[in-house]
Design a protein around this ligand. Sequence first.
Ligand code: GTP
Ligand code: MG
Length: 356
Amino acid sequence: MSEAIEVDISDLPGVGPATKAKLEAGGITTILDLAASTVNELVDNLNITDETAHNLIFESQRILKEKGYLEKDLVSAQELYDRRAKMVRCTTYSNNLDKLFLGGIETQAVTEFYGEFGSGKTQICHTLCISSQLPIEEHGLAGNVLYVDTESTFRPERIAQIAKTRNMDVDKILENIHVAKVYNASHLELIVKALGGLIQQNNIKLVVVDSIISLHRAEFVGRGTLSERQQKLNAIMHRLKRIAEIYNIAIVITNQVQASPDTFFGDPTKAAGGNIIGHASTYRVYLRKAGQERKAIMIDSPCHPYGDTNFVITEGGIGDPDETKKTIPSWKKVPEKAVRKAASSKESDDDKDSEE
Ligand code: GTP
Ligand code: MG
């Protein structure tokens, strides 16, 4: 997991006290922060030349590669396999959702939940704040949580309710969740830049960003600002992905939806933020209401089959529909043709609700 890295920023060639102070003032306190920066970010924020910025990033990445924290330019499949072996999965407390994720929310990945209001995004985030604190043997991440709240919807009393329902030590659970209330887009950008230091100082194993887009969506209004907004979101997303890999932590983000007017068939709802968020998220899951339950649909994943499943929101956070109504995740379902043949005239509600 994310053991401390012993190289100090001032050990890099060409970094004297003045540069170190400049870097720190810009929120870059560790060599990992530096390695995850872009040349433009350093030039804009620190008032240094392109060449200096390039050298700083190059040197920090070289050291991290040497020490095995960052993948080398060329790695063998065996090395990648070993790195993946360090990946840990965190339970959502819903068996159905865990199965959809082939075991739970992964470290070394950015998992995105998108859906309309009330679809359960914030409830999943709250539940993960508790389950991630479980020991690894109990399918947690054995660490603390950083909750970046951009919509002012984080509720400690909801955390307390979930923890109490699950007979956990409420005070301890609350103590281990660090909340960053963020009020504008540049504040979010700063927090994301400082993430490396925060993760190391506080033994963070799960970072939640609820939501990734609301502030940028509210501040960058109109066509003229679209490309600037997308550039900023792109920088945030790439940094999150890099940080999830470097520190072997889970990052969960939520995203809003927008109507897609060019859709004539099927659900016209799509994730906000365009391809930039979709491409940078490792896993993308669409949530929607399905009667009293919620449906989660795996929209994009490098290794999961397309599938959907149902879960419910309860006092204990996220759970499964009760046994009698329990649906089988569709990645386990018999091909639809065979079901239709067997059922001939009988069609279940669940099939009507399914996306395929
Ligand atoms: P936006 O942030 O508005 O986009 O929505 P969201 O997707 O984050 O929705 P959220 O996760 O906040 O879900 C809200 C829904 O959760 C409510 O409509 C309630 O149905 C349900 N909910 C919240 N708290 C509880 C609870 O304590 N018990 C139960 N049973 N349901 C709850
Ligand atoms: Mg919400």
